[in-house]
Design a binder for this molecule. Structure first.
Ligand code: NAP
Length: 309
């Protein structure tokens, strides 16, 4: 059997890189699979203004490069490849990456979650430049602007309410008459004078050229009539999905597919730890993900000490 690592980290947002930093400083010689598009959701964010330590803000991609080089500085080996699958049925655990198999005594899963995009026409060219999936990250860039929020669940209500702090007008576009959100969130949105409604509408396509977002073509889901709706930005809030398919059901999840912590940051499989958005249905912030990456690293180190070394 080839080299057995103490720790393999899967995923490269703030949680993964922080786990890499802590485990490499703990001399665990970690190997981190960052994925083909390393860096996670922050690679889609322009400026991060709410991560402590950056009083002037920092670009999302730039912050990820800094976290990455900080982890690498202490010896974390980072490979920009996707993990295809893992085998947790035997020890050491097997991590399959293309045709290669890697072995590890413990795993830290920090693969995050991805916002579900609408995939309407022209969406790709406006992603991160007019269309966002995170009001907390990008809302402040739309001060005194008019935006739309797509979705009818709690996320959409929460995003819309939050955006009214900055925006002059927020229009919720939802494909049905009835909302999916909880009553209290719905009431709060309905009582907010800055929030307008476009119920029974779906986005068909986005308007504007690259770098110049102009709005959306909406289609009435009852009459099929189309109309162009001008706005300065759009926030898609139709849900997130945790990235766990490579685990193939070997780790217990909640009903939405998020990994569950069983003992501190350890999952249902002893020796498999998790942190960041892949477990987090509530906070979903870079700083909380980094904190959970740190927790998973410390828990993995202690588990290795007690169970393996
Ligand atoms: P959600 O409850 O699944 O709602 C998603 C919404 O997006 C639904 O209204 C759905 O429409 C709409 N949608 C889905 N696919 C769409 C598409 N392709 N085109 C247009 N609309 C689409 O997701 P969520 O709001 O992210 O909430 C997920 C979970 O987190 C829920 O349990 C929620 O309670 C919880 N959460 C709680 C809070 C809070 O308490 N503060 C905040 C956020 C989230 P339909 O209704 O027509 O299906």
């Amino acid at each position: 059997m080839s080299d057995v690592r103490d720790v393999i980290i899967i995923g490269s947002g703030p949680a993964g890189y922080t786990a890499g930093l802590y485990t490499s400083r703990a001399m665990l010689n970690p190997l981190l699979f960052a994925g083909f598009s390393s860096g996670g959701q922050l690679m889609l964010t322009s400026d991060v203004e709410n991560f402590p330590g950056y009083p002037d803000g920092i670009g999302g991609p730039e912050m990820m490069m800094e976290l990455r080089s900080q982890a690498a500085r202490f010896g974390c080996k980072i490979v920009d490849k996707n993990v295809d699958s893992v085998d947790l049925s035997e020890r050491p655990f097997k991590v399959n990456v293309g045709s290669e198999i890697y072995f590890a005594k413990s795993l830290i899963i920090t693969t995050g979650a991805e916002a579900i995009w609408l995939n309407a026409e022209n969406e790709e060219i406006h992603k991160g430049r007019g269309i966002s999936t995170c009001a907390t990250c990008d809302g402040a860039f739309f001060r005194d602007k008019e935006v739309i929020v797509i979705g009818g669940g709690d996320s959409a209500m929460e995003e819309a309410n939050f955006l009214t702090r900055f925006c002059s007008k927020v229009t919720i576009v939802h494909r049905r008459e009835g909302l999916r959100s909880s009553q209290i969130m719905e009431d709060r949105a309905k009582e907010n004078p800055k929030i307008q409604w476009k119920l029974n509408y779906q986005v068909k396509s986005w308007l504007g050229s690259d770098g110049n977002f102009e709005g959306a073509t909406l289609v009435n889901t009852k009459t099929n009539e189309e109309e162009n709706f001008s706005c300065d930005g759009a926030f898609i809030a139709i849900g997130h999905k945790p990235i766990t398919s490579f685990l193939d059901g070997q780790v217990e999840t909640d009903e939405h597919g998020y990994l569950l912590w069983k003992e501190n940051s350890m999952t249902s499989v002893s020796g498999v730890f998790a942190g960041g958005d892949v477990v987090d249905t509530r906070y979903r912030q870079a700083i909380t993900a980094a904190g959970m990456g740190c927790m998973a690293a410390i828990d993995a180190e202690r588990w290795l000490e007690d169970n393996v070394h």
